[in-house]
Design a protein around this ligand. Structure first.
Ligand SMILES: [Zn+2]
Length: 83
């Protein structure tokens, strides 16, 4: 996922509803955060919440990789997509 420069967030411009997924090298000037509207209850947008809680190298069934604390939110996301 490439974030347009205008939409990039730094630690200074992040808001409470911004996705906090870090992109790039923290040592680099290009480093930024995703900044899209986050999923309520999670620090990330829908895209990054999936990335965070369903690592690609984990090939187990969805239910087994979902953290108990965020299970409800992720389940809602999944449901939305399949409807
Ligand atoms: Zn994001």
């Amino acid at each position: 996922m490439i974030i347009p420069k205008a939409e990039r967030k730094t630690i200074q411009t992040l808001t409470e509803c911004s996705c906090r997924w870090p992109i790039g090298d923290p040592q680099s000037a290009e480093f930024h955060f995703c900044g899209k509207n986050k999923v309520p209850g999670l620090p990330y947008c829908e895209f990054h919440a999936r990335r965070a809680f369903q690592p690609p190298q984990t090939r187990r069934r969805e239910r087994e990789v979902v953290e108990p604390m965020v299970g409800g939110a992720i389940e809602n996301l999944t449901r939305k997509e399949t409807v």
